[in-house]
Every structure is written in C-alpha cells, then in structure tokens.
Design a protein around this ligand. Structure first.
Ligand code: GLN
Length: 239
C-alpha cells in the first residue's frame, strides 16, 4: 500500500494544486496499485516514516506564515524522513517553505525548514504565465508544462535545479532554472496542476514511492492521449 499525505489541504491549494494528489492516486488505482490518502492540517499528528508520497501545495503569504510555524515543529522528523527517501512534491509556497526563508516585500522573513539551501525574496511584480521547461528523468529528457504566479524569486545557492526554462520565468526570471531537487524531493513553481498535465512526472514519483517500499516495478502504460494533446497544444503556443 502506498500512502499519500496531503499536508494542509485547506490552506495550501492554489490554482487546483489538489489535482496533483488526485492524479497521483488515480494513476496508481488505474494500475491496481493499492494506495490511500491521509490529509494533515495544522497541529495534527503524522508519522512521516509511514508516508511514501508527501504533497505540499502553494499558498498566499498569509497562509505561508501560519504554516511556517506549524511546519517548524515537524522540522526534525520531516528532515529525517527526507534523508530516508520520502518522496515529496512541493509547489510554489510549499517549495519556498522547504528552503531557508521567504522574505516578503516589506522585509519580513518567514523562516523555512532549511531542508534545502535555497532562499526566496519577493519582488515588486508577480511572475505570471504559462511555462514550459525541460526536465531529465532517469536520463531521459521531457518537456513539462504548467502555470506560474509568484512574487518570490528563488535563488538555489548550490541546490540542483529541477529543470531548465524553455519559456516563462521560473525560479527568479534570471538564471534560466525552474524548481529544485534534492534526494526524492521535487520542488517547482508550476501550478497547472503540474502532475495531471505531465503524466511522465507523476509516474516518476509513483516509481520512486514504490522503490521506497522496496518494490521495483515497471509501471503499466496508460492511455495518455488527452494529456499529450493538451501538452502539444500549449507547447505549440509557447515555443
Ligand atoms: N507567496 C508566494 C509568492 O507569491 C507563493 C505564491 C504561491 O504559492 N502561488 O511567491
């Protein structure tokens, strides 16, 4: 049984981010891979060692502040689980919270978990629009699409980028990188939501979650015709 955990589903769920959890669950179910979902809110307890895939979505600065305090209490256990191979997808606000800090426009620093070394500074204008990136998964290159809307500029400070920008702003509108990756933690600014739009990334995360359970398994191919068509369409507009 793969256990999926959606953290703060009521607070971190911008632009349909919950769709990431649904896509992950559905692509397991369609292949008869047993899967279940736990949702964890502020102050609720969770044993990260029992989780295989953890999802943190995006949120506004106000929500980020609330969550930062709650997350900090979980820092040691979550860091340990990450070191032990917990598979994580963190989007936008969630991504920023895994780094050192998020500095708002008025100079206030919301502390992050420092599980990774990146940091984020809010800029005056928001970075918004459709995005296309190139990502490498198991040595194979894929084009990934999504939508971004963030004030934060993230600087990786040595952390490995998740992907290379083909069109859009990405981490900071300067260095051509998008997202970050550390062990099995995947961070991105891409809403969309990213997983339903990009089944190859979803399947990569499912494979990693199975591996964490000690299961090496080739995933049954699914019919991704509609996803592929939608992606081709937006790529033809962007590139
Ligand atoms: N508050 C953050 C920013 O604007 C995160 C926004 C989001 O999660 N979409 O940079």
């Amino acid at each position: 049984m793969i256990t999926v955990c959606h953290m703060y589903p009521d607070l971190l769920n911008l632009y349909g981010d919950r769709g990431n959890v649904i896509a992950f669950l559905k692509r397991c179910m369609w292949r008869n891979i047993p899967v279940n979902l736990v949702e964890v809110g502020l102050g609720e307890s969770i044993d990260f060692e029992k989780i295989d895939f953890l999802f943190l979505g995006g949120g506004s600065d106000t929500e980020q502040n609330l969550i930062a305090r709650d997350l900090m209490k979980r820092k040691k256990l979550l860091s340990q689980a990450v070191e032990n191979g917990l598979v994580v997808l963190a989007i936008c606000g969630g991504y920023q919270l895994l780094g050192r800090y998020y500095r708002t426009l008025d100079g206030k620093e919301i502390p992050g978990l420092s599980i990774m070394n990146h940091y984020t500074v809010a800029g005056k204008n928001r970075l918004t629009g459709n995005v296309a990136v190139e990502i490498e998964l198991d040595g194979k290159k894929h084009k990934i699409v999504g939508f971004e809307n963030h004030a934060g500029r993230t600087f990786l400070d040595g952390v490995k980028p998740l992907s290379k920008i083909l069109s859009g702003f990405g981490n900071n509108a300067k260095d051509g990188t998008e997202g970050a990756v550390y062990k099995n933690v995947f961070c991105s600014y891409l809403h969309g939501p990213i997983l339903p739009k990009n089944p190859e990334l979803t399947d990569h995360l499912i494979k990693l979650a199975l591996e964490r359970k000690g299961i090496q398994q080739e995933l049954l191919p699914l019919n991704d015709q509609f996803e592929k068509q939608a992606k081709e369409y937006i790529l033809s507009k962007l590139l």
